[in-house]
Design a protein around this ligand. Sequence first.
Ligand SMILES: CC(C)(COP(=O)(O)OP(=O)(O)OC[C@H]1O[C@@H](n2cnc3c(N)ncnc32)[C@H](O)[C@@H]1OP(=O)(O)O)[C@@H](O)C(=O)NCCC(=O)NCCS
Length: 437
Amino acid sequence: MILKDKIASQLPAWRDRVKKLVKESSSVKVGEVNIGQVYGGMRDVKSLVTDISYVDPNEGIRFRGMTIPEVLAQLPKPPGKEMPYVGGLYYLLIVGEVPNTAQALEVENEWKARMQVPPYVFAVLDAMPTDTHPMTMFSTAILALQRESLFAHKYHTGLKKDEYWDPTLEDSLNLTAKLPTIAAYIYRSKYKEGLIIGPDPDLDWGGNFAYMMGVEAPGYDDLARLYFILHSDHESGNVSAHATHLVGSALSDIYYAGSAGMNGLAGPLHGLANQECLGWLLSVYNKFNGVPTKEQLRQFAWDTLNSGVVIPGYGHAVLRKTDPRFAAQLDFGNAHFPQDDIFHLAALVYDVVPDVLKEQGKAKDPWPNVDAISGALQYHYGVREFDFYTVMFGVSRMLGVTANAIWARALGQPIERPKSLTTAMLEDIVEKAKIPA
Ligand SMILES: CC(C)(COP(=O)(O)OP(=O)(O)OC[C@H]1O[C@@H](n2cnc3c(N)ncnc32)[C@H](O)[C@@H]1OP(=O)(O)O)[C@@H](O)C(=O)NCCC(=O)NCCS
């Protein structure tokens, strides 16, 4: 298998590189940690390592060193389509090289060979109460599949540490292959009277998701590919990535670890933000019975701020400019449906809100993040069940977290075990710091 061969050929050099770094430079300081960070969610503490993606405050995400426009331009695309094969993106994340069409198709074909979802997963989903949140269903489906884990099986029958990555890669392919079917099943069973649409073996991973969702309008398959590429990875410190890594560091397999990551993604401060953004756009739209003028919008934004709540979709913990994932989705909407009311409104908000936030002077980043527009695009295509949006995010994010898990195993990353202190100890540290030397 190409992914296996590529990892195997890169591994000796990677292992030497990491070994040398740790052996020769273990005591070199990377940074310092202050009390604000200890009590403040470890913000900006440099304590994780990944070579798969990096978020530059001014440039946004780079996947394996490539910007979003570069990724979209250089990855191979299905014939006649605008957006690349998601299999090509997975290849890029795992291998670190831009695949040619044949290589991207090899990943797509691996997925096709592994896409069959065992019936017991659907039985588990069917047994859940109808008001169960789709993210609970998604995470449960992943966890239910844990019995399939090759890593868990091989670990218990004896596996050498330097071989851990191999069954992790197998597990990752087996799991990610099934995610579009699982997600679409959740959507159709929950919102479309259980009228399930099975996969089409001739379609690619992203195209198949669009097909199984039952969205017939042309272009939704390209939006699906775009969405899955954009949301796949955002370095290692975000909740879904870090939760997956933390659980995986205990040698829990990718089903356990990925399900944990998805539970984190389900939180309102993480993957749920996109639906809040769309909710805000719709509240503007309803208040003005349509798209408001710039001045009306400006006033509405101020009213939102003055009522003490944030403007969803704007600001970022790391970024300090327009999120390139926002820009890519804005381009998509502008190219396909610039006159769509809700899309048009989202674009207008981009014209107005950064200035309002700058004027207010609180947000360090007045620019839009990925969530400011993704819901508006789904809304255009008639996918209007907000609770489901995070599931699509999850399908995509599983690509990034599994790619990271494979390399974490390959490089023998250890169990995570940061140290905690008591508040009294922190107070003591403060007191001692006051004593002049
Ligand atoms: C993304 C977010 C959580 C980042 O938080 P952060 O790193 O703490 O942001 P900042 O350091 O810029 O925050 C400084 C101040 O600006 C405020 N601020 C930041 N973004 C804001 C926004 N979109 N609207 C209004 N105020 C905002 C913060 O609430 C904070 O106010 P405070 O000092 O009264 O507590 C924050 O920008 C936000 O809440 N955005 C809106 C929700 C959203 O889009 N979430 C999705 C994130 S991908």
